[in-house]
Design a protein around this ligand. Structure first.
Ligand SMILES: Nc1ncnc2c1ncn2[C@@H]1O[C@H](COP(=O)(O)OP(=O)(O)O)[C@@H](O)[C@H]1O
Ligand SMILES: O=c1ccn([C@@H]2O[C@H](COP(=O)(O)O)[C@@H](O)[C@H]2O)c(=O)[nH]1
Length: 201
């Protein structure tokens, strides 16, 4: 089994890179775990309170559950991966049954911030894009796909995204085995990662 961690700031292109990597791989050989699915459950809070949560701070993430799930997959067991809604800022009642595969990819902004989780990765990849590029992508994506408006994205950017990125995400680039520059689509880097994976399959 090969466990690959893919970190990087919001909008750097982690999800896009993962989709490109797995596109030509057999579906029964690879599974993906997204850190976004593991935001803390906040059923006890009304929507207005949930919307105020700092989602870019490590304490917003249920690391115990991701680690437990990753260890379960590594031991050959299925897991029920939570499903998160960016619209309600909460986990849904659904889960996705995820089966152990030869290659497990975990992606998320803060996955290298937790030592126990970080130590589970055989390969650590950091996706890098410039700050302005990430903000532009985030604005477009959150407005079209996550039900936000321009004021919400910009105010979250100023109050939490930028400072949390500098404090908790950017420094974890130092843990990476490989940094993928992703201001433009980087097909060479994707091919290299695919080659490494194919050698293991
Ligand atoms: N190299 C790229 N060039 C241009 N747009 C990109 C690139 N990579 C990703 N995007 C776009 O940027 C947005 C954010 O990408 P996404 O993969 O969701 O980032 P992340 O998962 O890191 O937050 C998406 O709309 C995606 O289509
Ligand atoms: O309810 C939520 C939870 C998280 N976010 C933001 O999501 C990004 C992380 O996801 P990416 O796919 O890596 O962009 C993080 O910056 C949080 O601020 C949210 O907006 N709402």
């Amino acid at each position: 089994m090969l466990i690959i961690g893919i970190a990087g700031g919001t909008g750097s292109g982690k999800t896009t890179v993962v989709n490109q990597i797995i596109k030509q791989l057999p579906t029964d050989e690879v599974c993906v775990i997204s850190q976004d699915s593991y935001y803390n459950e906040t059923d006890n809070l009304p929507y207005e309170e949930r919307a105020k949560i700092n989602f870019d701070h490590p304490r917003a993430i249920d690391f115990d559950l991701i680690i437990r799930h990753l260890k379960a997959l590594r031991a050959g067991n299925n897991i029920n991966q939570p499903v998160y809604s960016f619209v309600t800022h909460n986990r849904t009642k659904d889960t996705i049954k995820t089966h152990p595969r030869k290659v497990i990819i975990v992606e998320g902004i803060l996955i290298f911030n937790n030592k126990e989780l970080r130590d589970l990765f055989d390969i650590k990849i950091f996706v890098h894009a410039e700050t302005d590029e990430r903000l532009i992508r985030r604005l477009k994506r959150d407005i079209t796909e996550r039900g936000r408006d321009i004021d919400e994205v910009l105010s979250r950017y100023q109050t939490t995204l930028k400072p949390m990125h500098q404090q908790f995400i950017e420094p974890t680039k130092n843990f990476a085995d490989l940094i993928i520059p992703n201001d433009r689509f980087n097909t060479v880097a994707i091919d290299i990662v695919r080659t490494v994976i194919n050698e293991r399959l």
